[in-house]
Design a protein around this ligand. Structure first.
Ligand code: PGA
Length: 223
């Protein structure tokens, strides 16, 4: 399974050094992908943990002040990138056009994009199918990993039931049968026991990713 650790905008330098050292002691059969704040990519200790980024520029490298381009991430050995996270859609007004370009830039450099989709409230079908429509404009869209993250579940301590998650993932897989689909939103070391299913290809962890001991407990309960 694919386990994405989304550190978001957390950790000072010393905190990150300690945390990332702790992560190197984790032994697991699952693929762990650490997405630190970009400035820490180069000091992440070498281990079995794969590197990911939390965002990517929609532009190619060059005169784009403040941006980090796909080619630069690739040169840092970044293998995955989160695209279209609901926090970026909300706080940075990221739109489908930008998200489409970001998916293209990632795939051009063989960085696997993790496209986040999910409803704010109410019915998921319309929102999720609309958010996924951009895949129709992407060459090799089958290489995009889809992360179903209901916005109301992110950081709230609330999760859908496994029945609800399975329903949404089946819905997504019916439209995009070739794509991997993972779940994210308030997953922790306790609720994981009730949130496993054969349909889920992995999990995207926010808050839980920040604590290596809790992460170890999560991985044990995932086995
Ligand atoms: P959470 O975040 O696990 O803290 O709910 C998930 C996410 O935002 O990807």
């Amino acid at each position: 399974m694919l386990i994405i650790l989304n550190n978001k905008c957390n950790f000072t330098l010393n905190q990150f050094k300690q945390y990332s050292q702790e992560l190197t002691t984790i032994k697991t059969q699952h693929e762990l992908v650490l997405c630190p704040t970009n400035i820490y990519l180069s000091i992440t200790p070498k281990s079995e943990i794969v590197l990911g980024a939390q965002d990517i520029s929609m532009y190619h490298e060059g005169s784009k002040t403040g941006e980090v381009a796909a080619k630069q991430l690739k040169s840092m050995n970044v293998e995955y990138v989160i695209v279209g996270h609901s926090e970026r859609r909300l706080y940075l007004n990221e739109n489908d056009k930008q998200i489409t370009e970001k998916l293209r830039r990632s795939l051009e450099q063989d960085i696997i994009p993790i496209l986040c989709v999910g409803e704010t409230i109410g019915d998921y079908q319309q929102v999720v199918s609309k958010q996924l429509e951009i895949l129709k404009n992407i060459e090799h869209f089958e290489n995009v990993i889809i992360a179903y993250e209901p916005v109301w579940a992110i950081g709230s301590g609330k999760t859908p039931t496994i029945k609800q998650i399975n329903e949404v993932i089946s819905f997504i897989k019916k439209i995009y049968p070739q794509n991997k689909v993972i779940y994210g939103g308030s997953i922790n070391e306790f609720n994981i026991s009730n949130l496993k299913s054969n349909l889920i290809d992995g999990y995207l962890l926010g808050g839980l990713s920040l604590n290596s001991e809790r992460l170890k407990a999560f991985l044990e309960n995932l086995e």
